[in-house]
Design a binder for this molecule. Structure first.
Ligand SMILES: *Cc1c(COP(=O)(O)O)cnc(C)c1O
Length: 449
């Protein structure tokens, strides 16, 4: 690419693109990295510089970029039709995908409502759950329980059940209220791990005991709370939450947007603890990281409450222009086939263990406070003082500095405040994992020591 064109691209980027979750005043000062192409686990920018895609293009990519089977499936579908509406009409790809999703999720989930991103998938879950109880004659049920630190997307319903103050506080006047329970963030808890007997569950239990007749359901990121800093729940927590929901007759809504499609080592995080949610939301990995698509799955029992004569108005009045998009569904079908054909889940154990062993070495670093891992999801929490667990001041932007350092060394990652996140595609090779570990280690050391 000619250098004038490169310069122009960078200038237009700064002049006209408002980047998500980005302080544009700072962004405009740094030379933008502009990606031109990608293959396998690598991204290539307009200068021809190659980077490892260490966060799977923000947690969406699964089998690598330019995966032949997915490329082919989309091209094949494009020659038939790209999009038709799912409002009162159907299409072959959405039908095949719905069946596939019902087959690979917990056996009680039977109905699939499509949308196009994690936030809308969650909005749909919230509206279905609310309307379900309304139509079942329990109209006093109008509050959700969600977790502190939770992240379910950026639309206002999803923000209402979110718990990340930095992102959410400003919008408070626009939000509906929900009950908040603590998520087990063991590193930041005053109780001694393993001796506490999951004391944090007590709060949830007490909310449910006192208020269950008002409560629609409990919303949880199963096993790992992602955006709050890769907070990994202790074994048994999800199962205990699920049991409490059953006991108090409230719905369990699991947000598998980040954890779905193999990230935790199993297809869905729920499987680790044999949990059967009433509603499950998936999106990020659904199309292998190719196209926007989400699905909200529910039980037959929930679905039944929406059936009735036209003038009873029990219909779920919700839908998006691109609901059930054929290209996205074709990509998702190819994505899931690869899991089966390449025995992807079986191949993960070795990679997960390699990461685990490699990460142990990070404890040597003076400012690594906590290392959390579930499957191929990793969070490395950096602290100013290891003994007191004191955080860096937010202005120090340690996380941001580390990822800029990593970028120089050929690795694209993105921090969550001062938690360095590693979340490579499932197709990552051991050799590349080893590079990711080395670059991350060196970058943390260079910035903090
Ligand atoms: C990313 C994410 C969402 C939101 O998905 P979008 O596609 O970005 O709207 C919701 N829940 C969780 C757990 C996520 O990680």
């Amino acid at each position: 690419m000619h250098k004038d064109i490169k310069k122009k691209l960078r200038q237009i980027d700064i002049d006209h693109i408002w980047h998500p979750f980005t302080q544009m005043q700072e962004y405009a000062k740094e030379e933008p990295v502009v990606i031109e192409k990608a293959y396998d686990s690598f991204l290539v920018d307009i200068d021809g510089k190659k980077y490892i895609d260490g966060v799977s293009s923000l947690w969406v990519n699964v089998h690598g970029h330019r995966k032949k089977e997915i490329d082919k499936a989309i091209i094949k579908q494009i020659k038939k039709v790209s999009h038709t509406t799912l409002l009162g009409l159907s299409n072959t790809q959405a039908i095949c995908l719905a069946k596939k999703l019902v087959d690979i999720t917990p056996s009680n989930l039977k109905k699939v409502f499509f949308s196009d991103n994690g936030s809308t998938g969650m909005e749909i879950a919230l509206k279905i759950a609310f309307q379900y109880w309304q139509q079942k004659g329990e109209s006093q049920k109008n509050k959700f329980v969600s977790f502190a630190g939770g992240y379910h997307g950026d639309t206002l319903g999803a923000v209402s059940v979110g718990g990340m103050d930095v992102f959410h506080k400003k919008y408070k006047p626009l939000l509906f209220s929900s009950f908040k329970a603590p998520y087990p963030y063991c590193y930041r808890c005053s109780k001694t791990f393993r001796l506490c007997n999951m004391a944090c569950l007590k709060k949830l239990e007490s909310i449910l005991e006192r208020k269950h007749d008002k409560i629609i359901g409990v919303i949880i990121e199963p096993l790992v709370q992602g955006a709050s800093g890769i907070v990994v729940a202790p074994k048994g927590f999800l199962k205990a939450v699920s049991k409490l929901c059953k006991k108090h007759e409230v719905l369990l809504i699991v947000d598998e947007v980040a954890t779905g499609f193999g990230r935790t080592g199993k297809m869905f995080a729920c499987e680790h603890e044999k949990v059967k949610p009433d509603i499950m939301v998936m999106s990020k990995g659904l199309t292998g990281g190719y196209l926007p698509l989400a699905a909200t799955l529910t039980t037959e029992e929930i679905y039944k409450q929406f059936l009735g004569e036209h003038d009873e108005h029990k219909t779920f009045y919700h839908g998006h222009s691109y609901t059930g998009n054929s290209l996205a569904c074709a990509a998702a079908l190819a994505n899931i086939s690869i899991f089966e054909e390449d025995r992807v889940l079986e191949s993960l154990a070795e990679k997960i263990e390699f990461l685990q062993v490699g990460l142990k070495g990070f404890n040597k670093l003076t400012h690594v406070g906590d290392i959390r891992q579930k499957g191929l999801i990793v969070g490395i929490e950096l602290v100013e003082n290891k003994d007191s667990r004191k955080r860096y001041s937010s202005g120090a932007q340690i996380g941001h500095k580390v990822i800029l350092e990593a970028r120089k060394r050929g690795l694209i990652i993105r921090p969550l405040e001062d938690v360095i996140v590693l979340l490579p595609p499932l197709s990552i090779r051991i050799k590349e994992l080893s590079q990711i570990l080395k670059i991350t280690y060196d970058s943390i050391q260079a910035v903090t020591e």
